[in-house]
Design a protein around this ligand. Structure first.
Ligand SMILES: [Zn+2]
Length: 221
């Protein structure tokens, strides 16, 4: 797969945490503050390990992924399926935290939490997948989370995701994302409830069938 940057990135992840915990000790913080910070650090380590596992899953996968640095002019990264090449394109802003975010979405494709309709548009995107991607991003770096109501992992809820706005346009980003956690085994009936504003005609399809049964759905088999 086209995934060469992963190796470099993995090495980067490994050096971040020790520096952080050393920093808290050096400052002579109170025990409770230190515990709080170390608790946070443990959560970050767990999340970063999970991100490293995702790299492994993507590297082993028969699905081809490509990494495209789109720079920061566009505002946000995104992950798409190229119907011509069959490649899942991870478009990140050049910021490593955003890269971790988008890689998390690629991992969600591997685990069946995310799929694509036959036109390449995402299927099964929901606020829970987004919260997970933001938590993975936050574990790598809290840069970019200042001033938007986030002071720890526990703030990165689905409710918070719903309020995220495009920093350039001010327009809420996730208004059409699923209100329920969706995966390829979710029934079409539940999809209709999770996406009340979606223009996909779920009602035209038997509600007991699963998302994976949707005609032409591209998902991890
Ligand atoms: Zn995302």
């Amino acid at each position: 797969m086209g995934y060469h940057s992963g190796q470099i990135f993995e090495a980067e992840l490994l050096v971040v945490i020790p520096q952080r915990s050393y920093g808290t000790r050096k400052k002579g913080w109170s025990e409770s503050k230190l515990n709080r910070r170390l608790g946070n650090t443990e959560q970050r380590i767990a999340s970063l390990n999970s991100t490293i596992s995702t790299f492994g899953a993507l590297e082993r996968s028969e699905q081809v992924y490509s990494l495209n640095n789109i720079g920061d002019s566009g505002g946000a990264g995104y992950t798409t399926y190229n119907t011509d090449s069959g490649i899942i394109e991870i478009n990140y802003t050049g910021d490593t935290g955003n890269f971790v975010h988008e890689v998390t979405h690629a991992g969600q494709f591997e685990s069946g939490h995310l799929a694509f309709y036959s036109d390449g548009s995402p299927a099964g995107s929901d606020l829970y997948d987004e919260a997970a991607a933001y938590r993975a991003q936050y574990a790598y770096s809290d840069g970019g989370f200042q001033g938007i109501g986030v002071s720890g992992f526990s703030d990165l809820t689905t409710y918070w995701v719903k309020g995220v706005r495009n920093p350039k346009t001010g327009v809420p980003v996730y208004t059409k994302y699923g209100l329920l956690p969706i995966n390829i085994n979710t029934s079409i009936g539940l999809m209709g409830i999770a996406y009340p504003h979606h223009n996909i005609p779920y009602y035209s399809y038997s509600p007991e069938l699963k998302l994976r049964d949707w005609p032409g759905l591209i998902y991890k088999k």
